[in-house]
Design a protein around this ligand. Sequence first.
Ligand SMILES: [Zn+2]
Length: 409
Amino acid sequence: MPPESTQEILGLPDLKHEFTDPGNRIFIYGRLKQRPACPRCKHPKVHIKSSFKRELRHFKLGNQLAIVRFTSHKFRCPACNCYFNLKLRGTLPKRRSSESFRLDVFERHHGGMTQKHLARTHEISHATVERWYQGFIKNRVDELKGRKVPLVLGIDEHFFTKKKGYATTFVDLKNHKVFDVVLGRSEQSLSDYLRKLPDKNRVRVIVMDLSSTYRSIVKKHFPNAMIVADRFHVIRLINQQFIKTWAQFDPVGRKSRGLLSLMRRHEENLKPEQKVKLDQYFLVYPHLKTIYDFKQKLTNLMRLKHLAKDTVWLKIHDLLPMIEELKASVIDAMKTLGETLHAWKNEIGRMWRFSKTNSITEGLHNKMEMISRRAFGFRNFNNYRMRVLALCGWNGIINRKRSLKLKLA
Ligand SMILES: [Zn+2]
């Protein structure tokens, strides 16, 4: 007789592994390690009232399904005379699959595997896949309840649906997670949400695009926060207005995709032959060259970050005359740019002190679009919000990984 195994079944710490029957389906036989104590009075010696066989889908090994078989019991406590069922760690009562098995289905479905496929490989019904998926989403959203408002908040809009229009994203820029999504982007649609937001006075920095609506909302609801212009949007605006100007000079050249890509690029990213090409083009439009150089100088200024307070002052003195020059321009697009930058000069000055930008938000927006596409669109905003929070806002796994890395380092 082989010595009795003391090993537990992986993922089910209350079961001792007895033997495995490999076959078309893998059956793992287990036995309860020890009787539990009475949950009510903690009496250690409980009696078995009845026994029954239980089967749990536990994991997939390659294309085989591993099922755990064991005898479960109903117990009676002789001290307080109560009856209770066995509670097995790694499972929930009355389920025929272990929690790790359910998580596996969730992860695979989230990764894009269809219900139909999973129903076949994991031997469950379509409806079960859907129910488990929704269950995990709900759990994650529940776990998020009561979380604190982030210290560094990014605010940006994104398109939701044709019928319902835009939504506003609040992003935790430190942890790269969505804090929340709210339908609408106007003062009216956001104020209800913001009024109810607890501990919003915690927020120190808010990064946003150059939208005056958002600015007035933020000033009203986050009196302690510092508003910082979003570098990503500022540079994009400069480029947009420059390209509009260019279209005035040469509408045909503006339509050339090759030239457009050269014009948009930062100077140091141009290869020598690309620089030659651009210079040749500018020979024909010398005025455009002046504006182009101006634009390069302006974007280089906007790319500064982590500056000391004193340096910010110096750079402001570089920026202000440029803004005046733009405002005095006879070209409409340049004039508009000058006026916008003027209205945001304080927020731009603060931008130089920080490095966080809403490019993080932009990345999350791409992810959210994928979520929406995978679900073939959402009609109900709340369902969409749940999905976004669970998939872009919940940081259980990432935090665990990060803390592990810190421990190892
Ligand atoms: Zn008891």
